[in-house]
Design a protein around this ligand. Structure first.
Ligand code: PLP
Length: 366
């Protein structure tokens, strides 16, 4: 059996069956049923947010909040290219122009010292990414946004359950998007959410995800379909029961990796952030001046059935589909380019054994 970069957390088969049993009685499979309502309430509580809206996946959650913000069409949104395709695609698909800001060398989140020089009279929002679960410099982003009257939407897909100075990652900016994809720390098979404080956004976000339907004969908004179904919500209810235990198990794995790889010449690990309670979502390792290149390490691991991931490579600003974009080109974001060509995320999931971590580290160090 190969060791994959990740493995989905799941409840026991019996626990899930117990959870979905009543769906055979109610025959209510989707459209904001009982499970949907229960998961929403439990997540609001767990993430400490006034409001949360559930979606069938994280990407549509991001598109829906971008639309709900009602920003001026064609406006520019400042973001980073060191992210999953979804972040940049959501901006473009919603009719905005992504403007790529570089990342910082410490935690690979947006370099706040470079945001203001990118602001023009067309800028409408900042869309930073809490990449690998590392929290962005939220104070500075908040200051810049207030000064220039910009909205802030966080891509918090990696940051489920993370807190900074005791404040939940769900509470920064105007809104945050979470992904509950199978590969994330918390999953609903596929799924996602938007968290926010504004009472006014509740109605519009609920409208957009269900064709704008407010009643049997009332369609108030040009919506689409992005509803989370009852089976997804049931998986979420089960997984949420075990989330703290899963994160604690991930922490053990990460601590063992650190023990083995810390201080090795040419290997750079992400520093732990001050004031942050982490979720141990990913374990990125940068090979910079190491005896072997990132690609050689990747190939060597693969030849022993260990599947690491070049995450994030390529940068979104060097995607084929964006080559016509005036802001494209990885040379415009040199730090992101440098990291993207040298980073590997190593296998990490709750049930990865310390023996397996040793095997992975042995191969790298050999
Ligand atoms: C996973 C992910 C998304 C998209 O979430 P899905 O639930 O897969 O649609 C968006 N942004 C980032 C950074 C992600 O890792």
């Amino acid at each position: 059996m190969p060791i994959n970069v990740t493995r989905s957390s799941m409840p026991s088969y019996e626990e899930f069956c117990e959870e979905i049993k009543e769906l055979w009685d109610s025959r209510w499979l989707t459209n904001m049923g009982k499970k949907h309502k229960q998961l929403q309430a439990e997540l609001e509580e767990y993430l400490g947010t006034p409001h949360l809206t559930l979606y069938t996946n994280g990407h549509l959650a991001l598109e829906n909040i971008l639309v709900a913000m009602g920003l001026e069409k064609g406006g520019e949104i400042i973001t980073t290219p060191f992210t999953f395709a979804s972040t940049t695609h959501a901006i473009v698909r919603c009719g905005y122009v992504p403007v790529f800001c570089d990342i910082n060398e410490e935690d690979y989140t947006i370099d706040v010292t470079k945001i203001e020089e990118l602001i023009t009279d067309k800028t409408v929002a900042i869309l930073p990414v809490h990449v690998y679960g590392n929290i962005c410099n939220v104070e500075e982003i908040d200051r810049i946004a207030k000064k220039h009257n910009l909205k802030v939407i966080y891509d918090a897909a990696h940051a489920f359950g993370v807190t900074y100075n005791g404040v939940s990652s769900a509470c920064f900016g105007d809104a945050s998007m979470f992904s509950f994809h199978a590969t994330k720390v918390f999953n609903t098979i596929e799924g996602g959410a938007v968290t926010f404080a504004s009472d006014e956004l509740v109605q519009i976000l609920n409208d957009i995800k269900n064709f704008g339907i407010r009643g049997p004969e009332a369609v108030a908004y040009i919506g689409g379909n992005a509803k989370m179904n009852e089976f997804q919500a049931a998986m979420g209810i089960c997984n949420l029961r075990h989330i703290d235990e899963e994160i604690a198990k991930r922490q053990r794995v990460v601590e063992h990796y650190r023990l083995r790889l810390n201080g090795v010449k040419g290997i750079k690990l992400c520093a732990e952030q001050g004031g942050v309670k982490a979720n141990y979502a990913y374990f990125p390792v940068v090979f910079d001046g190491y005896k072997y290149t990132r690609d050689e390490v990747f190939d060597n691991l693969r030849s022993e059935d260990i599947i690491a991931r070049k995450y994030f490579y390529p940068l979104t600003n060097s995607f084929e589909c964006y080559k016509e974009l005036p802001t494209a080109g990885e040379d415009k974001t040199p730090v992101a380019k440098h990291i993207a060509h040298r980073v590997l995320t190593l296998p990490l999931y709750a049930d990865l054994t310390l023996e397996e971590v040793d095997k992975i580290c042995d191969i790298i160090l050999r």
